[in-house]
Design a protein around this ligand. Structure first.
Ligand code: SAH
Length: 249
């Protein structure tokens, strides 16, 4: 293969930095970021400019001497609600009205995140992620600023920060150059509507347990067929709902 001249090797990287996948996070706990995403491959990708992260403290737009962001729920009931005017002021100060990125509000009421949504997000320009606390946000800001509620699963977290780290981690690993070919994805759970087949590595025998003979056979057609059958078996056992969805599609 011909050696690529240095300058040519470098210019696409520069272009990528200009237009890198951009995340903007709105939170009451800015110190929680980048958190785990500053480590490992996501962290290296961040340092290399393959994606960017800007953190906005919602409290910067809080009201009064105490920078209040929340108030008691209209109609009564427990907990506190984050004010519409405070979140709107925070968003408006940093996100242009023509910003093409989806504005995702972390919320257990949202549409559950799926791998296909993650893939679509990763292919786009980035995302604005808004993290709730307490009982969540005044409904009016959700409508007025076109926020899309996204859930990471049917359970309640204490805040949206971990949820947005989940969304970001899932997206960032798919960005070009962040992971090696592992993230190419074709074989991974969910990518084909199936859970993944089991993996093995050395040693060949461990605590009296061996590796399925077919995987040591070198016969790639047989290996592929075995993996396919195992993926189907595991999906049928654990997540029959995925097979239902795949059939409908
Ligand atoms: N009262 C709300 C829950 C508030 S939990 C309700 O019953 O729907 C506080 C914050 O944590 C939420 O505003 C949201 O930002 C975040 N959060 C909690 N569970 C979540 C989930 N499953 N997915 C995404 N975000 C979640």
């Amino acid at each position: 293969m011909m050696k690529t001249p240095r300058i040519a090797a470098r210019s696409p990287a520069v272009a990528m930095i200009d237009a890198c996948w951009a995340a903007s996070v709105f939170t009451l706990f800015p110190a929680m970021f980048p958190g785990p995403l500053g480590q490992s491959l996501a962290g290296e990708g961040l340092r290399q400019g393959r994606w960017s992260l800007s953190i906005h403290d919602i409290r910067d737009h809080g009201l009064g001497r105490h920078r209040a962001v929340d108030d008691t729920p209209a109609g009564g009931g427990p907990g506190m609600v984050i004010r519409a005017d405070v979140l709107a002021a925070s968003l408006d100060a940093s996100i242009a009205t023509d910003d093409p990125r989806p504005r995702l509000l972390m919320s257990p009421r949202g549409r559950p995140l799926t791998q296909s949504r993650v893939r679509a997000l990763a292919q786009g320009p980035g995302a604005v992620l808004i993290c709730g606390r307490f009982e969540g946000f005044d409904e009016r800001v959700i409508t007025a600023r076109g926020l899309e509620e996204v859930s990471i699963g049917d359970y309640i977290l204490s805040g949206g920060e971990i949820a947005s780290l989940v969304v970001l981690d899932a997206c960032v690993r798919l960005l070009p150059g962040v992971m090696g070919k592992e993230a190419s994805g074709e074989d991974e759970s969910f990518e084909r509507g199936l859970l993944e087949y089991p993996h093995y590595t050395r040693p060949r025998e461990w605590e009296g347990r061996t590796i399925p003979e077919v995987l040591l056979s070198g016969d790639h057609a047989r290996i592929r067929a075995w993996r396919e059958a195992e993926a189907l078996r595991i999906t049928r056992e654990r997540r029959p709902d995925l097979l239902e969805t795949a059939r409908k599609d």
